[in-house]
Design a protein around this ligand. Structure first.
Ligand SMILES: [Mg+2]
Length: 200
């Protein structure tokens, strides 16, 4: 079914649009290989999280068989210190992180620099809410080895923390803020709404 969906999407958007598949840790090795070969044929740009992040053994095997860049390590065990074996075992082509899961701006910058030392990209994951997305934006602009700025249009519970959200323009671009700090105004009224008390 996943292969059919990938084929249908490629057909619908044509050959010029970049497509990536995020399988969200759904497969075991044999299925991951089948899907990977199919999306190579369909000229997908990267293959994200086909296997669980604990399964470096099968990621190595998959990496040996496929040409499409594989991206794992979004929730890698051990966080920063868990990344080095993924590089040295050639189990992923791209590192992954964001300010929320990686632990903040500084750990995410370190992760990007670690990747840079091996001529790899660290593709920064969306932040899960408006405020984290802004922090991600700063890291993305500060490093040379992240190709895309990933942002889900924030609405509902995702839209959290800012007075004005990041706007993506018609070309799919976002721009550097010019105000000090993170460059966006934090919505303190909203944050205080959820405040119930301080544990002492
Ligand atoms: Mg993902």
């Amino acid at each position: 079914m996943d292969i059919k969906i990938c084929q249908a999407v490629r057909e619908a958007v044509g050959d010029d649009m970049l497509l990536m598949l995020d399988s969200m840790w759904a497969y075991r090795y044999a299925d991951a290989l089948r899907v990977g070969r199919a999306i190579e044929e369909l000229d997908y740009y990267w293959y994200e999280d086909p296997l669980v992040d604990e399964d470096m053994y099968n990621y190595e095997k998959l990496h040996d068989k496929l040409d499409i860049p594989i991206m794992s390590t979004e929730y890698v065990p051990g966080r920063f210190y868990g990344l080095a074996p993924w590089i040295t075992h050639k189990a992923t082509d791209l590192l992954r992180g964001d300010v929320s899961v990686t632990g903040g701006i500084t750990p995410l910058v370190r992760t990007c620099h670690l990747a840079e030392g091996f001529n790899m990209n660290c593709e920064i994951h969306h932040g899960g809410n408006s405020l984290n997305n802004v922090a991600n934006l700063h890291v993305t602009m500060a490093v040379p080895n992240c190709e895309f700025y990933e942002v889900f249009p924030c609405n509902g519970d995702n839209k959290f923390g800012l007075v004005e959200d990041i706007e993506v323009d018609k070309k799919g671009l976002v721009y550097a803020p010019t105000e000090p700090g993170l460059g966006y105004e934090i919505d303190w009224d909203l944050l205080h709404e959820g405040y119930t008390g301080t544990a002492e």
